[in-house]
Every structure is written in C-alpha cells, then in structure tokens.
Design a protein around this ligand. Structure first.
Ligand code: AHG
Ligand code: MN
Ligand code: MN
Ligand code: MN
Length: 327
C-alpha cells in the first residue's frame, strides 16, 4: 500500500497496477491482467459510445432482456464487446451480465475469476448524449479450477468481491476501481489511449448537500423516506438526478451526497440489481469511507439468492445515509 501511495498523479493505469501488484509478493498477476482487460473493454466501449450519433447504434434494438426492459442497441454492443474482451483475456471463467439470463461460460475454465457486470448503465441517456457507464464486480471462483463455473461462484455475497468499479463515459471517460485498499480514479487520455491516474485515493466526504432520487416516484415511497426528502428540501439541499446510476454515484462520491432508489409501488423490491449495480457501488462506497444500505442492512451483507435480484439502495456520504435510513 505504501508503494501505491508513493505513485504520483499522472502515472498510467498499467504502471499503477504493476506497482500495486508488487506490494503483494505472492500475487501471480492474474487479477492485474483482468483489470487490464476490463480497461481495454472500457476503451472499446468508449469508442462506440463516442460515435453513437454518427453510426447507426442509437435507439432501441427491438428486444427485451430478462428483466423486461427494452434493450438499446448500445446495451447489446457493450455486452458483446465486454464479453469478447474478457474471453480473449483468459482470466475469467464465467460472466454474469444484466443483458443475459444465464451465466456465460467463456471457455476459460482455467480462469480463477468470475465477473458480474452492467455493460451499459443509463440506457435511457444514450440517445440524448448524457453520461452513461459500465459497472463491474469481480470474485475469485470457489468451484475447482478446470471445472465449469456455477451459480455458487456468483452468489458469494458482496463482501467476497475482490475488486469492483465502474467506467463513466461522461465529459471525460474515467475508470474508478478498488481492490479493497482505497479507491482510485483514472481519466482516459484519448491522444495516448491510456487511462491516467487523476483521482488518487478518493475519500467520500462524510456529509454533503446533494440528494439524488427520482422524485417522480415520491408518492410510492415509505413515510420515512418521504420525510427524509422533505428534510433535504427544508435544508435547501441541491437535487441532482441524471438517471444514470454511475454518473449520479460518481458525482456524489466526489462532492458529497446521497443516491437513493427506494422500493416503489411499481418495483416493490427496488429497481437496481444487487449483483452488478448495488454490490460493486457499495464496495466502492465502503472502501472510500461512505456507506450503502437497503434501508435495513448494509448492502454488502445481503445474502444473494439469484442472478438478477433487485434491492432498494441508499448510498453515498455516511452521515446522509445514516439519516435517510433511520426510522
Ligand atoms: P440500466 O440502464 O443499466 O438498465 O440501469 C438503469 C438504472 C440506473 O442507471 C438509473 O439510476 C435508474 O435505472 C434510473 O431509473 P428511473 O428512470 O426509474 O429513475
Ligand atoms: Mn437495462
Ligand atoms: Mn444499470
Ligand atoms: Mn445496463
């Protein structure tokens, strides 16, 4: 860790990963390689996202995913690109994606890791040139090497994540991730084709004045959540809601704030998916000093039971989450 902290802002992601690995003398480098593969997938998706308006990749694909959402063309493209990068990388034996009902076996049964992902987050913002993202969550497999991965590899629970993070395709493209000790952010330099360390050791502000929630659903929130929102207004907090979880989360991580997607009448279990939306962002929240709860438990303590299950979420600055969930 000390070595890692010694690295200055401005080093490349590769250099940073190499340095972090050398802090663990017995590390074999597979997780490092996997993180590089994810960065490569991020660059490829970034390229597609950037030219979305020029080529025919905006709009609906005319298909639905397992959760009954209309898939956008870019949801499908990002999914394919990400799966391909992880297959070619060789470290991952199976992938769980928002866009596929079952796990995808990569053919690399020798791989030690599995990845759960939201290939394109913020679908509704693709066509209107607003920030979108990719979310990923990594586990070390618990099934034996050289056998096919199973459901058990993915249902280990949020505390078993060995790394998690997101890529934000915003005013600039950023990769933010943690392997458990601290959270670091890298900004993509297009001219170099490299992610560069720009946000070293991100610490979530303890408190903040931004609240992010789809207030159109206000009438279906519980009284205590309604009261919290009313309180935010009474204190003249700033309402900021993009509708891209990655973007909303990232802003609040840097500036201090809370993101909430409570249970609603339409989605009584909440809308966001536990394995590839809530867990990874809860991991980043905790590792940066923030908090993530479903209103009753820490998100990372929820025992998962299926791939695409949903959860309510209250995530961000600790003091704000504390306040929002107190009955
Ligand atoms: P996705 O685009 O991956 O399906 O995720 C959509 C999620 C998340 O990005 C966002 O915060 C939330 O849906 C917005 O939902 P509402 O439109 O209901 O506010
Ligand atoms: Mn979706
Ligand atoms: Mn999403
Ligand atoms: Mn998505």
């Amino acid at each position: 860790i000390e070595q890692e902290l010694a690295l200055p802002v401005g080093v490349t992601l590769d250099r940073f990963i190499m340095h972090s690995q050398s802090a663990f003398p017995y590390a074999t480098g597979e997780l490092s390689q996997l993180l590089r593969d994810i960065a490569l997938a991020g660059k490829i998706i970034n390229r597609e996202v950037n030219k979305a308006g020029l080529i025919d990749v905006t709009g609906a694909n005319g298909t639905e995913n397992v959760q009954g959402e209309n898939q956008q063309k870019l949801d499908i493209i990002a999914n394919i690109r990400f799966i391909r990068a992880l297959k070619n990388g060789g470290e991952v034996c199976a992938i769980l994606s928002e866009e596929d009902e079952d796990i995808i076996h990569t053919g690399n049964d020798h791989g030690k890791y599995v990845v759960a992902m939201d290939p394109l987050d913020g679908s509704s913002n693709i066509d209107v040139n607003v920030s979108i993202g990719t979310i990923f969550s990594i586990y070390r497999r618990i099934t034996p090497i050289d056998s096919p991965a199973t459901i058990d590899d993915f249902l280990q629970g949020g505390r078993k994540q060995v790394a998690a993070g997101y890529i934000l395709y915003g005013s600039s493209t950023m990769l933010v991730y943690s392997t458990g000790d601290g959270v670091n952010g890298f900004t993509y330099d297009h001219s170099l084709g490299e992610f560069i360390l720009s946000h070293k050791n991100i610490v979530s502000p303890e408190n903040g004045v931004i609240y992010s929630v789809n207030e159109g659903n206000y009438n279906s929130y519980t009284t205590s959540t309604q009261n919290y929102i009313t309180n935010c207004k009474r204190k003249s907090y700033s309402a900021r809601y993009i509708g891209s979880l990655v973007g909303d989360f990232h802003r609040n991580l840097l500036k201090g704030g809370i993101y909430l997607y409570p249970a609603t009448a339409k989605d009584p279990k909440g809308k966001l998916r536990l394995l590839y939306e809530c867990y990874p962002l809860a991991f980043i929240a905790e590792k940066s000093g923030g908090r993530a709860s479903d209103g009753f438990r820490e998100i990372l303590d929820i025992v998962p039971s299926n791939f695409h299950q949903r959860s309510p979420i209250y995530v961000g600055s600790t003091a704000m989450v504390d306040e929002a969930i107190k009955a």
